[in-house]
Ligand binder design. Structure first.
Ligand code: HSE
Length: 311
């Protein structure tokens, strides 16, 4: 346990959940964008959100209804303590964009709280408080909060009990994420999913996930490129995104190893073997969104980015 401080600012990155085929079980941190939380000790034992910027006034300031606020409350509980904590949340990614916006806020708030307390919990122990926060807005899954906190590419084998496995990332693997100006709430995108899957789909997805894990270990990018397609979640959600199927097709045509929906969308990601390839792929994806009359921005990032950290 380190020394406690009175004020701290923490950044947590956006994340690409699912990676296409790994619904609720795969997630990857990217370089940017991300959320920033400044937390300070105050008198008493209340958790207070004093300001939120970058959310167009959409998020509640009430701590018990806000992901960042819940993450603070749950982190205090996990540490077995109470404290007066005031936070400011600065968002730099759109809500409902499939970039793990709520998870980034939760991860930054949980880490800031832990550091204010002098670090009684290990970073891994902050995942569960963040899952509680995420559950309040986007469902009980750790494929965004895990990498937002811990960085890298993670396989969430189980949420309860929590079992997270870090996967190795092949050299040079680069991810491009393209975000259109369109809001799709995770809640709604989850409702588009089927209650049941066919045995054939189960077999295909199981085989692809096993092969993807193997490709991560061996660095076999050609194998990786055969694994990303998913017939269960992606087609239903792509239909909710204007230009979605065309953007995925444009990424593959421009040389991406794989492309699918980032989290619950509408952002679409592509995996590429190099930053240079990612530039071309990103351009083709933005253009495909334009064809569907959607403005879009692309962000390129190495696939092995760090998670939440103090600034
Ligand atoms: N795995 C979640 C989903 C991620 O696809 O609904 C949400 O960002």
């Amino acid at each position: 346990m380190g020394h406690s401080v009175d004020e701290i600012t923490v950044f947590a990155p956006a994340t690409v959940a699912n990676l296409g085929l790994g619904f609720d079980i795969l997630g990857l941190a990217v370089r940017e964008p991300g959320d920033t939380v400044t937390a300070r000790r105050v008198e008493g034992d209340e958790v207070v959100i004093s300001a939120i910027t970058g959310d167009d006034g959409k998020l509640p300031l009430e701590a018990s209804r806000n992901t960042a606020g819940i993450a603070v409350i749950e982190t205090l509980k996990a540490a077995g303590t109470t404290a007066g904590i005031e936070i400011e949340l600065h968002k730099s990614m759109p809500l409902g964009s499939g970039l793990g916006s709520s998870a980034a806020s939760a991860a930054a708030a949980a880490l800031a709280t832990n550091l204010l307390l002098g670090g009684p919990l290990r970073k891994q122990q902050l995942v569960t408080p963040c899952i509680e926060a995420e559950a309040a807005v986007a469902g009980r899954h750790a494929d965004n909060v895990g990498p937002a906190l811990l960085g890298g590419l993670l396989l969430i084998r189980s949420v309860e009990p929590l079992d997270i496995i870090r996967l190795p990332i092949p050299d040079g693997l680069t991810v491009v994420v393209v975000t259109p100006e369109y809001e799709l709430l995770t809640r709604d995108a989850r409702q588009a999913l089927p209650d049941q899957v066919s045995l054939g789909d189960l077999v295909r997805n199981t085989a692809n996930i096993a092969a993807l894990v193997s490709a991560c270990h061996s660095g076999d990018l050609s194998l990786m490129s055969r694994c990303v397609p998913d017939e269960v979640v992606t087609p239903r959600r792509a239909a909710l995104i204007p230009g979605g199927p065309q953007v995925i097709a444009a990424a593959l045509e421009a040389g991406a190893l794989g492309s699918s929906i980032s989290g619950s969308g509408p952002s679409i990601f592509a995996l590429c073997h190099s930053p240079r390839c990612a530039e071309e792929v990103g351009g083709a994806m933005v253009e495909a969104f334009h064809q569907a009359e959607m403005q879009a921005v692309s962000v390129i990032s190495p696939a092995d980015c760090p998670g939440a950290r103090p600034l």
